[in-house]
Design a protein around this ligand. Structure first.
Ligand code: AGP
Length: 609
């Protein structure tokens, strides 16, 4: 997720663009850049790292101009660097882009045969050369954007300016947000309303296929039928802080609700439905290396360790491949029996967690191949790994990890499919079946999110309790652990996750009417046993909060309340349960009046031991 911005008007664009990018930094902050058109000259300034670096660069250079575009980057293709920073240029045209172009490699090859030379690793540069190639054929900037629109596959919001049309900014979107607006001094565009609020509260949200035309005095929209379309203006009454959170009260709730998009983005362009295969070019491992991997290890910390545990059940049940899962701080000090030809998978949202990094280095030293599942492009772990699968969650601001967990599990689903197909454990038909399930998950997560009002009522009933127990079996035992961790870290309530079958080995001594027990009970092959465990705690007067399949009347009869999730294959329940448990923890913490985005004692990335 990146942030784009544009301005054309009577004022100096530089401070407007820089201030606007500050408002968009929460969307990405590994590099930034602006381009200004002044006196027939295009000036492009880009810098790596925080926006302050660009601000200082621009101050030194005294950049002026009444027409410009800007960008703050969250890398998806190509590490954070000045070369990969936006805006990207082709001839006398520059552009900025938010999104992911799925078919950028085939377009890049086509443009290279037309003589274009690429200076970056990004998918965005393809769009710049594509537009320029159309303008060379006599098309105007807006016509070139329309023509490029039919070539591009993926998600994008693009803004472009060029020397030959110094009185206009042209912008379009497909699958990524884009908003435009104007006041008496100029016209504005941005990825969301946040940067516009300082200038106007009346905005127009573009729709997919729309082309926005901005001049210094007006804004207009051309629809996909090439006709002027009258998009209604909306008055925004959020303050800037609320706008950064997309209107949500906290980043955590915003990020919980971003999960359908995260699933789509993490899957985007990474499978071939015809062959029923995953397509993971960054893996940098041959099928033979994956087939010959003697053992698979997954090592991580905290929530990432929980997604690793989900991966264990996934690999063992979906493709019959044994997996050893370890906590980073344990693995690194245990003289692990890892050997050459083993596959070591490190999972980390930040890519900077000290214990996970140390474990990966230990594995590498012992000759294993290291694959990492990471959210931050160019992070230490990503750079030190032999192969990477990036989760495309955008920045996860809230300390409590939610959408990153979902991205990690989606990456593991893709990896399991990939290994299953290269090891010929899964047929093409079975591969297509799994891909149908994966691509249906965003809709199923939406169905869980629709339970939020009922979950709020559950939170209101139980937020004053001081102890919770979370029970799950099989692939949902890690989800019981994750649900308990979410509650612990943001509500400060003591909560334990347990394998449901472990109740009789001690924990049941804790159970009484003051201990709510959350039970994950999908109708899988362990359902009856899970319901038996549920009855055991109920017999000790514990209130039972069950999460189960829609329409499960039997579960309703033995629980105080049931949160229904869509009925899916048991191996696909973890994300759906996790989203429900994230909402439960979030609303309990809110009822307890706590700062859910910045819980006490915690840091977003534990870069020390
Ligand atoms: C999860 O909600 C916590 N914030 C924490 O457990 C986190 O998952 C852990 O520190 C690992 O971080 P990483 O994914 O960046 O490596």
């Amino acid at each position: 997720m990146c942030g784009i911005i544009g301005y054309i008007g009577k004022e100096n664009a530089t401070p407007i663009l820089i201030d606007g990018l500050k408002r968009l930094e929460y969307r990405g902050y590994d590099s930034a850049g602006i381009a200004l058109l002044h006196g027939g000259e295009l000036a492009v300034k880009r810098s790596v790292g925080k926006l302050i670096n660009l601000e200082q660069l621009v101050e030194r250079e005294h950049l002026d101009g009444s027409l410009g575009i800007g960008h703050t980057r969250w890398a998806t293709h190509g590490k954070p660097s000045e070369q990969n920073a936006h805006p990207h240029r082709s001839g006398n045209l520059v552009l900025v882009h938010n999104g992911i172009i799925e078919n950028f490699l085939s377009l890049k090859h086509r443009l290279e045969t037309e003589g274009y030379r690429f200076s970056s690793e990004t998918d965005t540069e393809v769009i710049a050369h594509l537009l320029e190639s159309y303008m060379k054929k006599g098309l105007s900037l807006r016509e070139a954007l329309r023509a490029a629109d039919s070539d591009l596959r993926g998600s994008y919001a693009v803004a472009a300016i060029c020397v030959s049309e110094p009185d206009v900014i042209v912008t379009t979107r497909s699958g990524c947000p884009l908003v435009i607006g104007k006041n008496g001094k100029g016209s504005f565009l941005a990825s969301d309303v946040t940067p516009l609020l300082a200038h106007t509260r009346n905005v127009v949200f573009l729709e997919d296929g729309d082309i926005g035309i901005l001049t210094s005095s007006d804004i207009s929209v051309i629809g996909s039928d090439a006709q002027i379309v009258n998009r209604a203006s909306v008055t925004i009454d959020w303050d800037a802080d609320a706008a950064e959170k997309g209107g949500y009260p906290d980043f955590m709730l915003k990020e919980i609700h971003e999960q359908p998009q995260v699933i789509m983005d993490t899957l985007r362009g990474r499978f071939n439905y015809e062959t029923g295969e995953a397509d993971l070019p960054d893996l940098s491992m041959t099928a033979q290396e994956l087939i010959e991997a003697r053992r698979i290890w997954i090592v991580a910390c905290g929530t990432s360790w929980h997604s690793g545990l989900v991966g264990k059940y996934l690999f063992e049940e979906m493709i019959r491949k044994p997996v050893q899962v370890d906590i980073g701080s344990e693995f690194r000090y245990r003289e692990p029996m890892i050997q050459k030809d083993d596959l070591f998978i490190a999972i980390s949202q930040s890519g900077e967690t000290a214990d996970t990094l140390a474990a990966a280095r230990e594995a590498k030293k012992r000759g294993a191949r290291v694959l990492s599942i990471v959210n931050v492009v160019g992070s230490t772990l990503a750079r030190e790994s032999d192969g990477v699968i990036y989760t495309r969650c955008g920045p996860e601001i809230s300390v409590a990890s939610t959408k990153a967990f979902t991205g990690q599990v989606m990456a593991l689903y893709l990896l399991a499919l990939h290994v299953g197909r290269v090891r010929e454990v899964l047929s093409a038909e079975e591969g297509r079946w799994w891909l149908d399930q994966y691509t249906a998950l965003p809709g199923r997560v939406e169905a869980v999110l629709k339970q939020e009002a009922d979950i709020v009522r559950i939170a209101e009933q139980y937020y004053s309790k001081n102890n919770f127990l979370y029970l799950g079996r099989g692939i949902n035992y890690p989800i019981a652990l994750e649900g308990a961790l979410k509650l612990k870290e943001i509500s400060y309530i003591h909560a334990e996750g347990y394998a449901a079958g472990e109740m009789k080995h001690g924990p049941i001594a804790l159970v009484d009417e003051d201990m709510p027990v959350v039970v994950l009970a999908p109708r899988d092959r362990l359902y009856e046993k899970t319901v038996n465990n549920l009855m055991e705690v109920r017999a000790r007067s514990a209130p039972v909060i069950a999460f189960g399949f829609e329409g499960d009347q039997e579960l309703s009869r033995v629980s105080e309340v049931v949160v229904p999730i869509p009925e899916v294959h048991p191996l696909l329940t973890p994300i759906l349960f996790a989203v429900g448990l994230q909402l439960l923890a979030y609303h309990i913490a809110v009822f307890r009046g706590l700062d859910v985005d910045r819980p006490r004692n915690l840091a977003k990335s534990v870069t020390v031991e």
